[in-house]
Design a protein around this ligand. Sequence first.
Ligand code: FES
Length: 144
Amino acid sequence: MSDEFEPKIVAFFCNWCTYGGADLAGVSRLQYPPNFRAIRLPCTGRMSPKFILEAFRRGADGVWVSGCHPGDCHFIAGNLYARRKFTLLHNMLLNMGLEPGRLHFSWISSAEATKFQDVAIRVIEAVKAAGPNERFVKHRIEVA
Ligand code: FES
């Protein structure tokens, strides 16, 4: 067993695009580290900043939000609202001392399995580089 730090990442994926991209990556047997737990949203517009704060509060080392490309959202502009909320929260958290590399946002369609793999690896490497999260943790939830 390796002593290397393995980050826990909470991922919020839109059901219509990134979740499908993850599924396609799986059936295409594309490899990526298993460091994130995916939570499926009906649209990234459903994502509340509270979800991100709660993930950090419960001990996540990183959070990744991913949805449909601009113009492809099933709810017209949910992804654009999500990006706006995300950007404001990201800036606020950086000002509060969150290390860069812990919070990520991406657009990945259900046909982009290789992009999903690339982004997943990049997110995991960035969170690994940031190290274990201690800043906003209230109580750590152990996940299998
Ligand atoms: Fe995918 Fe809105 S339906 S981000």
